[in-house]
Design a protein around this ligand. Structure first.
Ligand code: SAH
Length: 338
């Protein structure tokens, strides 16, 4: 039994079944044994876009430079190994920008990795600890790691999905009917942590200016999945989330139209990763890199395909851009916009 499973069982024995959010908070974030606290999982359990190729971070750097606000800080939520921030800062430096950079990270293991790639960074454990002021905020595969609650509609009313004990093992269950009105859908996922961070983000952008870019695995209203989306990944393969708790990554799919609705005071646009990277010029960048380093042309083409391919990260990953009202986006090539 993993140390996390022992802790979860003890808590269930003491206070009863727990919601998926509590389970995720313990499995991923427990101060001593949590999945992200104890290790650098990138490249082992899963790979993220910045780790595939520098072109990803460079295109984000192009977007950040295009929306730069004098005196702004660069802020990244959940920066992993720090690769994205390093690639963005390299592009900004070429534009003569060397912003104060804040990395919001709870994992000591990953802060160490980040310090190696972004030695000038400052760290905070939460967005509210970052000094107030204009900011360009980035979050790649951050929100999908925050604790989420799951509710299912039943004839008696809404029930919460819970984790309890059955025959001495962790097991899925449902709460009794709850006096909640969660709308018309058959299931709902809500993340209090995500809602809180989006609220702070909106307040700061409204007060001080700046922009935000949120990238994650997620869906639009029109292609909403049929059921709740929590999944566990170990060594690149899906596993049972209740098996070996604390040793697998846990993620859920973001509802991008819901995110945009939570930031309704801003100019929000949702597009696919393919469309976003395309309009930032990844095709031209790939061609220029391949011309400069012919020996790497094959690996550059492979990386481009992984980042933008319709059956790879191009379609399932979505990008939410959050800009002040009426600021407008750089020219968009119509056929690439999703
Ligand atoms: N953005 C990176 C890493 C994604 S993994 C990349 O694209 O490669 C998720 C990241 O969020 C990790 O760095 C993890 O330690 C961090 N994280 C998870 N929960 C967090 C929280 N509540 N506060 C701050 N960081 C968190």
């Amino acid at each position: 039994m993993t140390p996390i499973e022992r802790i979860i069982r003890a808590e269930i024995a003491a206070t009863g079944p727990m919601g998926v959010d509590r389970f995720m908070a313990l499995a991923l974030g427990h101060a001593e044994h949590g999945y992200y606290i104890t290790r650098d999982p990138l490249g082992r359990d899963f790979t993220t876009a910045p780790e595939i190729h520098q072109m990803f971070g460079e295109m984000i750097g192009v977007w950040v430079a295009a929306h730069w606000v004098p005196g702004a800080r660069l802020v990244e939520l959940g920066p992993g190994r720090g690769t994205l921030a390093a690639d963005v800062l390299r592009v900004l430096a070429k534009a003569g920008l060397a912003p104060e950079t804040w990395l919001v990270e709870t994992s000591p293991a990953l802060r160490g990795e980040q310090a190696r790639r972004v030695p000038t960074a400052r760290w905070a454990a939460a967005l509210e600890e970052v000094p107030e002021g204009p900011m360009l905020l980035l979050a790649n595969e951050f929100f999908d790691a925050l604790p989420v609650k799951q509710y299912l509609r039943s004839p008696e009313g809404w029930r919460e999905r819970q984790i309890g004990l059955a025959q001495g093992r962790l097991a899925w269950g449902l709460s009794g009917a709850l006096p909640l009105d969660l709308g018309a859908a058959p299931w709902v996922e809500t993340s209090q942590a995500a809602t809180q961070i989006l609220g702070q983000l909106g307040q700061r952008l409204a007060r001080h200016g700046g922009a935000a870019l949120i990238i994650d695995y997620g869906y639009r209203a029109a292609d909403r999945p049929l059921g709740p989306t929590l999944q566990a990944l170990r060594a690149g393969a899906p596993v049972d989330p209740l098996e070996r708790a604390g040793e697998a990554d846990l993620t859920w799919l973001l509802d991008f139209d819901g995110l945009a609705a939570a930031l309704s005071g801003f100019d929000c646009a949702v597009e696919t990763q393919r469309a976003f990277l395309g309009r930032m010029g990844i095709g031209q960048r790939a061609a220029a890199l391949a011309a400069a380093t012919p020996g790497a042309a094959g690996s550059i083409a492979d990386a481009l395909e992984r980042l933008t391919g319709l059956d790879q990260m191009g379609q399932l990953f979505k990008v939410l851009t959050v800009l002040p009202r009426n600021q407008g986006e750089p020219a968009v090539r119509g056929e690439e916009r999703a």
